[in-house]
Design a protein around this ligand. Structure first.
Ligand SMILES: [Zn+2]
Length: 280
């Protein structure tokens, strides 16, 4: 079985894919929303059909390889058109396979990864198959709703989502304990900080739980404030600035990490990996 199902409470289910990326199934009385679809190894549609009998709308937080590739079989899939180009590049088979193989080294399950054959990868869909999704969109599921909010920076079309009835904010990859903000599509730090200030104003007092797409899926409630502080330290020239390299490019890690526990060495909540050439 390529997916792990983690029921959080009636109506909210976290699903982990082979590369340990989290998706969320939100169910109301009438409808359901699936937030993200993972890297697309194993039949996700079949799994979701076994979990809910409600009509499912799929909302993609952004177009990255680990979030948007399991969408085949679903009738109604939505993503920001601003991430179309990234999505197409990340749909390439080799990019997906490299991601899955490297995930085994970073918290994934090596035995599971070795068991995957090429035919287990779902067919990617064309970006044109996706309906547009944008901040301000709202999905009423019957007794519970999903509000789509801004989140751009990590990618141009990145989105965050609020479930106001349950006071839960999904920050996904948009703002987390190791926010990637260094590849060619990422925002400069000042524009990213401005986005966070606006997101903070829109969500203040409306949530008391933050969920993510990586790590253990949970984050301290002060995550937005913490990442705003990190941006301020970067812009003031006071960050730790440790080098970071990966296949997407290279950047600077703003705050020193304890990589054994994959958290900030000083115990702070949020962190940013940024491109020092994009500070203005
Ligand atoms: Zn991402």
């Amino acid at each position: 079985m390529f997916y792990q199902v983690e029921p959080l409470f009636p109506g909210l289910t976290r699903i982990w894919d082979v590369a340990r990326t989290a998706m969320y199934l939100v169910e109301g009385k009438d409808k359901a929303v699936l937030i993200d679809t993972g890297v697309g190894v194993g039949n996700l549609k079949e799994l979701v059909d076994s979990l809910t009998d409600k009509p499912v709308t799929v909302l993609l937080t952004h177009g990255h390889v680990d979030h948007a590739l399991g969408a085949i079989g679903f009738d109604d899939v939505r993503m920001s058109p601003l991430d179309g180009e990234i999505y197409q590049m990340h749909s390439v088979f080799e990019v997906r396979k490299d991601y899955v193989v490297s995930s085994a080294m970073y918290g994934g399950n090596p035995a599971l990864v070795v068991s995957i054959s090429d035919s287990d990868y779902l067919q990617p869909r064309a970006a044109e198959d996706f309906a547009p999704l944008a901040p301000g969109d709202r999905f009423d599921l019957g007794g519970v709703s999903v509000e789509v909010l801004r989140g751009q920076g990590h990618t141009p079309g990145a989105l965050t989502m609020l479930i106001p009835e349950w006071r839960i904010l999904l920050l996904g990859d948009a703002c987390n304990h190791f926010t990637f903000l260094f590849d060619q599509w990422a925002s400069p730090v000042p524009a990213y900080k401005e986005m966070l200030l606006q997101l903070k104003a829109e969500t203040e007092g409306r949530y008391d739980r933050v969920i993510l797409s990586h790590g253990n899926g949970e984050a301290p409630v002060e995550m937005i404030d913490s990442v705003i502080e990190v941006c301020d330290e970067i812009l003031a020239g006071k960050a730790d600035n440790l080098p970071f390299e990966n296949p997407l490019g290279s950047g600077l890690i703003a705050k020193a990490m304890d990589f054994q526990r994959f958290c900030r060495a000083d115990g702070g909540a949020g962190n940013v990996v940024y491109d020092p050439k994009k500070l203005g």
